[in-house]
Design a protein around this ligand. Sequence first.
Ligand code: C2E
Ligand code: MG
Ligand code: MG
Length: 388
Amino acid sequence: PLIDGLQSGRADFVRRVTGLYRQHGPQAAADVAAGFAAGNADAVARAAHALKSMSLNLGAKTVAAQAAGIEAAVRQDGALPGEADVAALSQAVLETLAALDRLMAATSPATASAPVPPAASAPSSDDPDVALAAELQRAISLGQLSVLYQPLFDRAGKSIVSCEALVRWNRQGLPPVGPDRFIPLAEHSGLIHGLGAEVRRLVFEDMKRLGGLPVAVNVSPVELASTGFFESLSQETALAGIDPGQLVIEVTETAFLGEPERVRELFERLRATGIKLALDDFGVGYSSMTALRRFPFDKIKIDREFVRALDGEKHEAMESLAIIQAITGIGRAMGREVVAEGVETEAQHAKLRASGVHAMQGWLFSKAVALSELEAMLGQSGRRSAAG
Ligand code: C2E
Ligand code: MG
Ligand code: MG
């Protein structure tokens, strides 16, 4: 095993020690690599010594042995270690952290449900994506994801008609990484399944406090394509005791690129439970129209690129307005609700309102906020006036 003796320790002690290791282990490995890159043998030996000590404290034998080997070699003949040894050390630290997570997940009921894929599947760790994915994996199992809610307003921009849940990663002092970066990473690394389940767990808990306000969650095409998605979701909603009629699922047209017939069937089943479907980022892809025609969407969300262009130079603004009016006309004719995303200015709002868009989402009205703030806003605005 990578780690010895942890099972017997007291829970809080274990948590403290592993927390310290999480904090300092990767840094010490990075210091070894930095010293190596700078050709500074003394810095390598010092960092290796620190890593050896903290690894011994934890019982992380593999890392301790590798660090000790590097330290001894440098101290004995003053030469730098081999590049492969330095890389192996970083990888061993990552694997140890992943093993810790599995151990914590297995011993703590709160996180036991979060599946943690084996670290052995990770390729070499000098790839920044791999390091970030390993960190994201830990964040998911440690409960470091949270959800903010961005309210959607009626056409007048006065009352709140629904909201969208948007995931956030609390990196505890490290520079923020946004969903535009870590969602694709999660999709490529397979972490999206655990991430999506964690987001829905948080959202379904919060939904009870929103008095029936519709809540939209984004679901990745990778999740939709996995077998058993419908069953897991049904189980999640039933366990949480929420009304599926309060739930909106947002997907982009990329959801249909794989097996459109399977996805269509899935959508029919979801809608039969009362769940609503929204086509996100409408208009930026190649097949938005086809998607709209062939799949049973309740809502269309016009991509914010078109909204942004409304404030652009004259030709661009006119073209964008024409497109928005066309989308709104089609949506209305098909009985779909039309939402504009990314509304930032009064001028955009005025044009969208005149085009007949049903609902508005954007910083002009509100950014994504914490649940408590949304509740306060709902208390103030008379919510849920008719959105048509
Ligand atoms: P999206 O679903 O299209 O979400 C709207 C994005 O636009 C959000 O970015 C939101 O904060 C941002 N936004 C809202 N109003 C404005 C505005 O007035 N101006 C500008 N410039 N931006 C605005 P965010 O939260 O960074 O999320 C980015 C994307 O990440 C989302 O795009 C969605 O595709 C994905 N995402 C977010 N949360 C989740 C999640 O829980 N699961 C999955 N699978 N994807 C998620
Ligand atoms: Mg969305
Ligand atoms: Mg969008």
